[in-house]
Design a protein around this ligand. Structure first.
Ligand SMILES: *Cc1c(COP(=O)(O)O)cnc(C)c1O
Length: 471
């Protein structure tokens, strides 16, 4: 399998080459040259497989530069009941007639990002050892990504993590999760500033090509193809659990920010998994809902990006969206460039409302969308607690609300649970008047010793810190 750039760069690459890279050299995102097709017989065979073996089968279609036995061992090591809390790895439960919750948040950091990041940690360690190389991961987090990356990379040979976060702005639980890690290869950097300052620092350091090369700086952000690929697996696993051996379609609703999670659903659908509808659920930061309603994609300024109670979806632009638009415009890299480089670059927006391609977003690719507000989240959290004795986190609540707006008779609707409620306790307290239960392993973590340095919002200070800690 070869990978291409959405912006038309002539080079073709193999999986392990793009594994450690971010953007393609022309600023595009990597995609496979084609989507391998899965027929009914294959689906029937895969239905019986444990999660790690299903992951191996799917990954094998996209990875041909790791020997199969090694890839199989990596999958077996990653998706274990010890790490994810159950043999099913992503257990499905029916909430009400035809509406299901797929649990993706029982990994080490209690958010769905563990599903991909745990695999990435093992793939990185494998590939770096094979090359005799090292990597220093520099990241910015407002919560979920940073902790998932740190728990995936802790103790891994050849990898260090330097994770910036806005000082004092994560939830106490999220801070404690990250800062209590004592592993020598994990570095928490609290920046006096907001999340955007952290992102600017990461950009500034990455743009210093000399520094980047000398200190082998890499990232683990959501545009990484390996993360997306790992997420494709749980759409298959969810499908198998929601159906009983027939080829009937199911729909998925996905709480969305950077469009990484739901883009994996798009890939699964392109492979032939019988998915009827992919519902994109957004909060007040409704860039994506606006596009699927109107055909206009309009990036927001920092000042127009709201701080909401589903903070992991507070985005001004959706960094994986370019992948879907590439398929939407028939993989025409020239057209893609004119949208993402010319139109977005000049006016911060592009408009496909009059383009026949836009109609295909729903008709051919199955996309629908909804938007929620803080009041909706509180109402959904209360309602789900009252009627089903189930606590959901604010992001999953956005998903549930959206799902109910797009139900179709006879088609199971699977809502992806993207985090456990304890990560966002303040909103649960606001809705219900009490804290959600926390898994035993997290009891008292706020009181543990913290490993974190505080630095000013200054790329030079961060560079100096990296240099000091890289021998
Ligand atoms: C990251 C995250 C999202 C958004 O996922 P994308 O892949 O960026 O669309 C939603 N919910 C939670 C809890 C998250 O951590």
């Amino acid at each position: 399998m070869n990978y291409l750039s959405t912006r038309g760069h002539p080079d073709r690459k193999r999986f392990c080459e793009i594994l450690l890279e971010g953007l393609a050299p022309d600023g595009g995102l990597y995609l496979p040259e084609h989507y391998p097709q899965v027929d009914t017989a294959t689906l029937a065979r895969w239905r019986e497989l444990p999660y790690a073996e299903l992951a191996f089968e799917i990954l094998s279609l996209y990875i041909d530069d790791i020997p199969p036995a090694d890839l199989k061992a990596i999958c077996a090591r990653t998706y274990t009941a010890e790490v994810f809390g159950s043999d099913e790895i992503v257990p499905l439960r029916e909430l009400e007639d035809g509406v299901y919750l797929e649990a993706l948040s029982n990994g080490p950091t209690l958010a769905f990002k563990d599903m991909a990041m745990q695999l990435l940690g093992n793939l990185f360690e494998y590939e770096l050892a094979r090359r005799g190389a090292e990597l220093n991961i520099l990241g910015a987090t407002s919560g979920d990504t940073g902790s998932a990356a740190e728990y995936a990379m802790r103790g891994k040979k050849g990898v260090r993590v330097f994770m910036t976060s806005p000082d004092g702005r994560m939830s106490p639980f999220q801070q404690a999760q990250m800062f209590s890690l004592q592993d020598q290869n994990i570095h928490n950097i609290a920046i006096s500033g907001v999340f955007d300052d952290c992102q600017d620092i990461v950009k500034a350091v990455s743009n210093d090509l000399g520094f980047k090369r000398k200190y082998r700086i890499g990232t683990v952000n959501s545009i990484n193809w390996a993360r997306l690929l790992a997420q494709v697996v749980y759409y298959f696993a969810g499908y198998f659990q929601a159906t009983a051996g027939n080829d009937k379609p199911v729909s998925f609703t996905v709480p969305s920010g950077n469009f990484g999670n739901v883009c994996a659903g798009h890939v699964a659908r392109m492979m032939g998994l019988p998915i009827q509808t992919l519902v994109v659920a957004t909060n007040e930061n409704d860039v994506l809902d606006e596009f699927f309603r109107t055909g206009i994609y309009r990036v927001r300024a920092a000042a127009d990006t709201h701080e909401t109670s589903s903070p992991s979806m507070d985005i001004s632009k959706a960094s994986n969206f370019e992948r879907f638009v590439f398929d939407l415009v028939g993989r025409d890299a020239g057209k893609l460039r004119s949208l993402f480089v010319d139109d977005l670059g000049r006016q911060g927006r592009f408009d496909l409302s009059a383009d026949p391609a836009f109609r295909q977003a729903a008709e051919r690719f199955g996309f629908k969308s909804s938007r929620s507000t803080h009041a909706d989240r509180l109402a959904t959290i209360r309602d789900t607690d009252k009627r089903f004795a189930t606590l959901v986190d604010p992001h999953t609540a956005d998903g549930l609300k959206a799902a109910r707006e797009h139900l179709a008779p006879g088609v199971p609707m699977v809502v992806l649970e993207t985090a456990l409620p304890i990560k966002f306790a303040a909103t649960l307290v606001e809705a219900l008047g009490h804290e959600p239960a926390r898994p035993v392993r997290f009891e008292g973590i706020e009181a543990l010793p913290k490993r974190v340095v505080k630095l000013p919002a200054d790329a030079e200070a961060v560079k100096a810190y990296i240099a000091q800690n890289c021998d």
